[in-house]
Design a protein around this ligand. Structure first.
Ligand SMILES: C[S@@+](CC[C@H](N)C(=O)[O-])C[C@H]1O[C@@H](n2cnc3c(N)ncnc32)[C@H](O)[C@@H]1O
Length: 328
């Protein structure tokens, strides 16, 4: 780790990215008692200390899922051995944990993490930089074929036009470059079944507080124009760009809580439990700004917390993981 590295601008694209100095208050605003980003009003999960903690838990949980690795696909082969310094882009970098780990693992690569809010640490490896940019725009401020690897994880709820983002990813990747997309479903799974399936069959889920909060959260995201089917359609959406060869798609049901019997899944479940414990109250700004009453939101969050703390069934969530190489 090196001393203070400021947020900097990449070459050639000075106007659309922001430089963050000592005072970064202009990049934040307060919504119902939580600090959120001020750049994109659609994305309402907080950008504060609790959310940074949650971002790290999320990162460590996925590392466990990937058996200690930060990625799927031929990242090592793509980033090492080439004639020029390779470049990695992390979209919606959050607390920047993935970007920092990648910069440490690949000291000869340049890693750029981009987000709506400057919530990343200022002390980072010399080959890691953070930049501010709303990724939900028609054109992103990076040159064609600039990156070797582009990674986007758990950020579809801030992107209205996900197909457009994929077209931009294809443009910014060099031929032979790798895209990795990882997105969790927002529909809860209970005892191995989607909550909507259970409701259709007329049975009780055993987690009505949990399921109700997620239903309301999804309603609010839909009202903001977010396509909630994007995670489960990642493969199709990438194929639709026509820029990639074979798309490799995987999915994993992430246990939430202490119910798994084997050590690895138990660790994943514990990290997911801690992540969701912080996520439930983090939904408040979105729910309240969609017109829900304070007391209604309090009850929604309390009931969901109750189900998380005292489950009588086994909750999980589905994670979609896709990677593909850009055609030469
Ligand atoms: C749930 S966090 C995930 C952080 C990190 N990718 C991870 O997996 O640990 C989502 C991040 O995506 C960022 N994000 C969401 N929509 C965005 C947008 N339109 N432009 C840039 N960043 C966005 C948010 O600010 C937030 O930091």
């Amino acid at each position: 780790m090196q001393p203070h590295i400021p947020y900097i601008l990449p070459l050639n694209v000075p106007s659309e990215l922001s430089y963050v100095g000592e005072d970064d208050s202009e990049y934040f605003t307060e919504v119902y008692g939580r600090r959120v980003n001020s750049m994109n009003k659609r994305y309402m999960l907080p950008a504060d200390a609790d959310e940074i903690r949650r971002s790290e838990l999320h990162h460590r949980m996925i590392q466990f899922l990937f058996a200690g690795k930060n990625y799927v696909g031929p990242v090592k082969e793509i980033l090492t051995g080439g004639p020029r310094k390779s470049k990695v882009l992390d979209l919606g970098t959050g607390g920047g944990h993935w970007a920092i780990d990648m910069a440490d693992e690949f000291p000869h690569s340049e890693v750029i993490g981009v987000d709506l809010a400057p919530i990343q640490p200022r002390k980072v490896p010399v080959n890691c930089t953070f930049e501010l940019c709303d990724l939900d725009q028609w054109h992103l401020p990076y040159p064609n074929e600039y990156f070797d690897v582009i990674h986007a994880r758990s950020m579809h709820t801030g992107i209205k036009n996900y197909p457009r983002l994929l077209i931009e990813i294809a443009r910014m990747l060099r031929p032979g470059g790798l895209v990795i997309l990882i997105e969790p479903d927002t529909e809860p799974i209970v005892d191995g079944k989607f909550a909507s399936q259970i409701a259709r069959s007329g049975h009780a889920s055993g987690m009505s507080g949990w399921v109700t909060l997620w239903r309301e959260y999804r309603r609010c995201l839909k009202a903001k124009g977010i396509d909630l089917s994007a995670p489960s359609r990642l493969r199709k959406l990438i194929q639709a760009t026509s820029a990639f060869g074979k798309v490799i798609s995987q999915q994993a049901d992430i246990p939430i809580g202490f119910w798994p019997k084997d050590d690895v899944n138990l660790t994943i479940g514990q990290l997911a439990w801690l992540d969701y414990d912080l996520l439930l109250p983090a939904m408040r700004p979105l729910l309240l700004s969609n017109g829900k009453h304070e007391s209604e939101v309090k009850t929604l969050v309390e009931n969901a917390h109750h189900d998380l703390y005292y489950p009588i069934v086994n909750p999980s969530t589905r994670l979609h993981v896709v990677h593909a190489i850009k055609r030469s």
